[in-house]
Design a protein around this ligand. Structure first.
Ligand code: MG
Length: 157
């Protein structure tokens, strides 16, 4: 078995959708980025690649490549899972945390887990999604950004 961890952060701005784990979350701000800026999908992708020693998301999906402009970041997750499968690894479980002051996310967790489960081809009980605030501290506490962390465990399939 091997373990991987991923971290990402994106700035909250007006005029962008807020997409977390492939799910559109109604909110007055969205995340800025070249792709759809899905911070959770990016953290999970990085954890998947890291678990297999395959580098990081920036190497696989260079942020300035035109083809990733406004890209659905769940494609990155799907590609990383496939890269693992190609090397005879399967995902055992994922645990993640989204760090933001607002909006409240708990009611979207079932949808996010269902979407991740579909893309990662594992059951939703192998996927944990949690949220935490930054207790009002720093840029996340001021509502200027959302961060996400993920760990994944993979094993030989
Ligand atoms: Mg990112």
């Amino acid at each position: 078995m091997r373990i991987g961890n991923g971290y990402d952060i994106h700035k909250l701005v007006v005029g962008r959708p807020l997409i977390l784990g492939g799910v559109n979350i109604p909110f007055e701000f969205g995340l800025e980025g070249h792709s759809d800026a899905d911070v959770l999908a990016h953290a999970i992708t990085d954890a998947l690649l890291g678990a297999a020693g395959l580098g990081d998301i920036g190497m696989w999906f260079p942020p300035h490549e035109p083809r990733w402009e406004n890209a659905d970041s769940m494609k990155f997750v799907r590609t990383a899972v496939q890269a693992l499968a190609d090397r005879s690894y399967r995902v055992i479980n994922v645990d993640s945390v989204i760090i933001c002051e607002r909006p409240k996310l708990a009611k979207y967790f079932p949808q996010i887990r269902a979407r991740l489960s579909e893309v990662m081809r594992i059951s939703d009980d192998q996927i944990s999604v949690k949220a935490a605030t930054n207790e009002g501290l720093g840029h996340i506490g001021r509502g200027e950004a959302i961060a996400a962390q993920a760990v994944v465990l993979i094993g030989q399939s």
